[in-house]
Design a protein around this ligand. Structure first.
Ligand SMILES: Cc1cc2nc3c(=O)[nH]c(=O)nc-3n(C[C@H](O)[C@H](O)[C@H](O)COP(=O)(O)OP(=O)(O)OC[C@H]3O[C@@H](n4cnc5c(N)ncnc54)[C@H](O)[C@@H]3O)c2cc1C
Length: 513
């Protein structure tokens, strides 16, 4: 779909899903609570029996009883502060579930998407994804000569000034069979490798070119043939080629021009990898049930399906599969035992205790009254995660990261400044709660990455690579999903290994050469 739906798949599927949901809301089968944040799961006799939620507009804390709880609360890529995820994406719901006994699996498996608009400076809160479909026609390159890269960084030259013979189409060079269409992790690491070697093409040195000039010419020639324009001039070919490219990718080109202030029909786009998706998440069985009976996790919130490396377009596919084809049957099976249970009484002590915990934490956050805004802590955490648990990791860096995250966490609880009160609308308070959870998750991610002494998919340990820089797995030691159990401190989490049993398709070494 990626190459034929022109970067529209996500939007189209979402519109479909929203319509389907609203239809059920209209029928009265689903009750919608928008602008509510789930802040705890309530367990009764070891089973998930409801949640505690905060109305984000009024600040009211609510108890909701249920026979089962389904978390569809998305991924945690924003632990890196900068990511392509929506600003509202966070780990809080999954983390509360984790603290109530749900194991967190493979948290270190993070997908870094190769085609994002590069970071432009310190005061940025969001990164923008340029659709994968662009790699179908765009060619990725950096200058062959360091001095050209330096001149571009200093603003003395532009990409179009570099002659063809001085361009390094490094993916085509390294992976002649797959070229620019190698999987995301491979393309991302290759961009990092070139930029680390000094060939980056923007001020920060962290950008490569995604160039459509060849595609424009190629499509232009085809179009000239189709229109029977014999001896079409070069200008005419280029004009026709731009029309074709605009019809295919015009929306994405407009978006790029708006954000980057450059015309991608005339200049190659600049792109760089960014955090995009988290393959890790709550451990679930084939019924999508976590290790807590009655607590289910669907979509990006769970760890299933993608292993260490999600392929393009498969996240929404997983969402559809989980929601349409799996859970309607498996949750029914679970609920069959509850046929005589009756409504869940939210006056029970378990609900009162969970509500009290939520209130205490909120009060605690607003009463610290330190000097440092929440975002400062989030940015510091993000930088540690990106530098030491990002596209490439190593044991020494991960150990340092764990110490640094602990330090940031300690400072957070002493010095965070949350303005306003817990009663009513307070976005600083919302953020503070989420960042507090990220500060624990980040440590677990590093611990997980440190524990896995191999490279696989989105987890690249620099110590474990082949001679030509590819990921080196260790199937004898690490053919397992790492499911972590909360013990009260992320550094002391217990590791449970779920062995992976490959009956039909055996793991092999990938090669895109
Ligand atoms: C820019 C971008 C483009 C993408 N393009 C594609 C694509 O083309 N194809 C593809 O397959 N995948 C794509 N993905 C990945 C895919 O979109 C996501 O993995 C998918 O949307 C996840 O769906 P989800 O329902 O599990 O979670 P989400 O869509 O993240 O939804 C989670 C919801 O839960 C809410 N929530 C979170 N915490 C709480 C809480 N504590 N209380 C209450 N509510 C909460 C959130 O606000 C959100 O509404 C893309 C992702 C991004 C960021």
């Amino acid at each position: 779909r990626t190459f034929y739906a022109r970067g529209q798949t996500g939007q189209q599927l979402l519109l479909g899903a929203y319509s389907a949901l609203n239809r059920q809301v209209g029928k009265g089968k689903v009750k919608m609570y928008s602008r509510h944040e789930m802040l705890d799961v309530v367990l009764v006799d070891g089973k998930a029996r409801g949640i505690i939620a905060r109305d984000l507009v009024t600040g009211e804390i609510e108890r909701h009883g249920a026979h089962a709880v389904l978390l569809c609360t998305g991924g945690y890529g924003n632990v890196f502060f900068l990511s392509t995820n929506a600003m509202g994406s966070n780990v809080t719901a999954a983390w509360k579930a984790h603290k109530r006994g749900a194991f967190m699996a493979n948290p270190c498996y993070t997908q870094i998407h190769p085609t994002c608009i590069p970071v432009s400076g310190e005061h940025q809160s969001k990164l923008t994804l340029m659709s994968e479909s662009l790699r179908n026609d765009g060619r990725i390159w950096v200058p062959k000569k360091q001095e050209d890269a330096e001149a571009i960084r200093a603003g003395r030259k532009k990409g179009v000034d570099i002659p063809e013979e001085d361009r390094d189409y490094y993916l085509e060079r390294r992976y002649p069979s797959f070229g620019n269409l190698v999987p995301r992790d491979v393309a991302s690491r290759a961009a990092k490798e070139r930029c680390d070697a000094g060939f980056g093409v923007n001020k920060t040195g962290e950008a490569v070119y995604l160039d459509f000039s060849s595609a424009i010419e190629r499509y232009g020639k085809v179009e000239a043939n189709v229109r029977k324009l014999e001896n079409a001039s070069k200008e005419e070919v280029i004009r026709l080629g731009k029309e074709v490219v605009s019809a295919k990718y015009g929306n994405l080109f407009d978006m790029y021009a708006n954000i980057a202030g450059e015309n991608p029909y005339e200049q190659p786009m600049k792109i760089y990898p960014a955090v995009h998706y988290t393959m890790g998440g709550l451990w679930v069985d084939y019924n999508l049930q976590t290790t807590v009976p009655g607590l289910y996790a669907l979509g990006e919130a769970n760890f299933s399906d993608h292993g260490a490396n999600r392929l393009g377009a498969s996240a929404l596919m997983q969402g559809l599969a989980d929601g349409y084809f799996v859970i309607p049957y498996t949750v029914g099976d679970y609920l069959a035992d509850d046929i005589r249970t009756g409504p869940i009484d939210t006056d029970r002590q378990e609900f009162a205790d969970a509500e009290r915990n939520v209130r205490e934490r909120l009060t605690n956050l607003v009463s610290i009254q330190g000097r440092t805004p929440v975002d400062e802590f989030h940015k510091r955490l993000g930088k540690v995660m990106w530098d030491k648990c990002g596209m490439a990791r190593n044991a020494e860096g991960l150990k340092q990261a764990i110490q640094e995250i602990r330090q940031i966490r300690e400072e957070f609880w002493k010095d965070v400044r949350v303005t306003g009160t817990a009663e009513g609308f307070n976005q600083e308070l919302e953020k503070a709660g989420r960042v507090a959870d990220f500060l624990e998750l980040g440590e677990l991610m590093c611990k997980d990455a440190l524990d896995r002494n191999e490279s696989c998919g989105g987890h690249f340990r620099e110590e474990f690579q082949t001679e030509d820089g590819e990921a080196l797995r260790d199937d004898d030691q690490y053919t397992y999903a790492a499911a972590w159990e909360w013990t009260g401190d992320p550094g002391q989490s217990n590791l449970h290994k779920e062995d992976l049993d490959f009956q039909f398709v055996k793991p092999t070494q990938r090669s895109y050469k």
